[in-house]
Design a protein around this ligand. Sequence first.
Ligand SMILES: [Mg+2]
Length: 336
Amino acid sequence: VRTEEQIIQFLQTRHSGGGRAGGGRFGNRMAVGIGDDAAVFRASRGSDWVVSTDQFIEGQHFIADCHPPEVVGYKSLARAASDLAAMGAAPFCYLLNLALPRSRTGAWLDGFARGLARASRQFGLRLAGGDTSHGKTIGIGITVVGSAAHGTALTRSGARVGELLYVTGTLGHAALGLELVLRGVHGSRGAMPLLQRHYFPEPRLAVGEWLAARRLPTAMIDISDGFAKDLHRLCAASKVGAVVWEGKLPQFGIPAAWSRLRLKSLELALHGGEDYELLFTVPWRRRTRIPSRIAGVPVHCIGLVRSEGRIQLEGFTGRTRPLSARGWEHFRSGRS
Ligand SMILES: [Mg+2]
């Protein structure tokens, strides 16, 4: 059992010497790091700070008995980092708030710290401070700080009628992994590759930065709660509607070996959460500047921005139907 002080010290040592996270692109901008009463960031002319916070709560966002501690550590930071990607910001540092039952301050915390340190290195996010307390269940709060050239951070509200709709990567892979966990078959043979995106999602930081630096999108959002739900959010913020072409959606194909689960890949792609892909809009005249891959990640043109009021899915036959904002209900009642 570690004390609160020891927990922060432990997390700090797990993070030290962590490659990019140790100094990285903004090393000189952190005047005071972890260990003092507060961190001090040096403001720099011509750039904006981009800040976001995210909760990761036992029983709601993860199940401590199903999700390994490494996964919980990694994902807690990946989720928050994805919001920086959505703004097109470069990752700088993060702050951690941790509530832990005493029973989780030993081996569980070791695993958690391993996952967190891995994510920290991978995303270039340095631990700038934190606070811990004891709690009945595990609660993780993470605040991420990023940086963007002045005025270039992308918001959800800039989409205009007639623009094209784009999405990165694939949709539905993470939701399939979650289904395997909820159905208790995640330990089965052949399940591991399907769990990868649910366990270790990859926020599209490099793609977001690439797009923002070129000022190509007019609006952008990350897909955390499901493609349909986040499309509705972007449309609401921009006061527009949209039509999505079903045939262009990069659905994750469910391997035939898992057909017995009776899951529909379109359903997972539209309404499954946690893909952490980017959804963005681009004016028609800029379409030729969007390559088919950005930073190694496939980019797909999947629809059009229309006038406010309707968000529709256009099927292969050209027939359209309303695309509801139904998202992914965390650990649906009766499961977990
Ligand atoms: Mg977001």
